[in-house]
Design a binder for this molecule. Structure first.
Ligand code: PEP
Ligand code: MG
Length: 325
């Protein structure tokens, strides 16, 4: 199997009906970047910057942050990288930051909420990123956005940093794109407003499912109380794919779901064209892409959803379909 997947490394991921699918990697530490070569992935679809902060003994300085991002860009060369700003709080604790007592940390002061309330932290990170990417394209996305206003405010902070660097004669990124992660279900009902501000979207399905089904992703007792291939989950994914496509806004799925072959097949059937996943998932997902007919999967999902089997999983139907391919 491993050999078989390795042989697919340089084979483009194209479905039987001719759709080109972008397979990207999730990464967070410099060592992860070696997998780019080895897997033949198109780029880094999600770079989790907080990992570097979590393994550090103290808050990395501005210079240290810039060095880190320069190293990331050096290691990825011409391949695109999407950098996510600090996603701390909740289950991601920085050992050198005061611990917060929160009743519901997953719903608490975390990610972009901290970034907007303590803009100094976000500004240092953005400035380091902008400096490190001088002269090359840069894609930045914000985690745990719940309202369009939060995204607009985060974007304004980037604009201020860009203006600051420009005034000081620093080279800016050749192309700077800003995206929102779709992790909070409230965004499902603001997609048109959001796509009018965002350059791209990225679906953080781990958190999106956690909040959609009110199932703590860290709590094993409840973790399998829902299926991401059930009708409500697929409808959530479908509306994202549809609205993004209608707005001409690129969208990637970067949660764990994109790295599971059956789920990846369903997402492609729903209209997603870019998935970001762990290195070990690239081979199996590529094999699925090569064997599938996206239009047929889409039609199967539409039929099943229209049957109105509310809450039931489409997993058995999709499994049977995949076997017959
Ligand atoms: C997600 O929530 O799906 C995601 C990609 O972010 P993380 O797993 O880092 O929360
Ligand atoms: Mg998340």
């Amino acid at each position: 199997r491993q050999e078989q997947y390795r042989a697919l490394r340089d084979v483009p991921a194209i479905t039987r009906d001719g759709l080109r699918i972008g397979l990207h990697l999730n990464a967070g530490l410099l060592v992860d970047l070696a997998h780019l070569q080895e897997t033949g992935a198109e780029g880094i679809g999600l770079f989790r910057t907080e990992l570097q902060f979590m393994v550090a003994e103290r808050m990395p300085s501005a210079v240290e942050q810039q060095n880190l991002y320069e190293a990331v860009f050096a290691a990825t060369g011409d391949k695109p990288v999407t950098i996510r700003t600090l996603d701390i709080g909740g289950d991601k604790i920085l050992p050198y930051m005061p611990k917060l007592e929160e009743e519901n940390p997953a719903l608490g002061w975390r990610a972009i909420r901290i970034g907007l309330d303590r803009p100094a932290l976000l500004r240092v990170q953005l400035r380091a990123l902008l400096k490190a990417s001088g002269g090359r394209p840069l894609k930045i996305m914000f985690p745990m956005v719940a309202t369009v206003d939060e995204f607009v405010r985060a974007k304004a902070i980037v604009d201020r940093e860009k203006a600051h660097l420009r005034r000081h004669g620093h080279p800016l990124p050749s192309d700077c794109r800003l995206g929102a992660m779709i992790e909070v279900p409230s965004l499902l009902f603001q997609l048109d407003e959001l796509t009018s501000h965002a350059d791209f979207l990225s679906v953080g399905s781990n958190d999106l499912m956690q909040f959609l089904f009110a199932v703590d992703r860290e709590n094993r007792r409840v973790a399998d109380r829902f299926d991401p291939l059930s009708a409500p989950a697929l409808r959530a994914f479908r509306i994202i794919a549809e609205r993004a496509q209608a707005a001409g806004c690129p969208v990637t799925v970067c949660g764990e779901i994109g790295g599971r072959p059956l789920e990846a097949m369903a997402l492609i059937g729903l209209g997603f064209r870019d998935l970001s996943m762990s290195p070990a998932a690239i081979g199996p997902v590529k094999a699925t892409v090569l064997s599938m007919d996206a239009a047929a999967v889409g039609a199967l999902i539409e039929t099943e959803l229209a049957r109105g089997s509310e809450g039931e999983s489409l997993r058995p139907a999709l499994t049977a379909f995949a076997k017959a391919q």
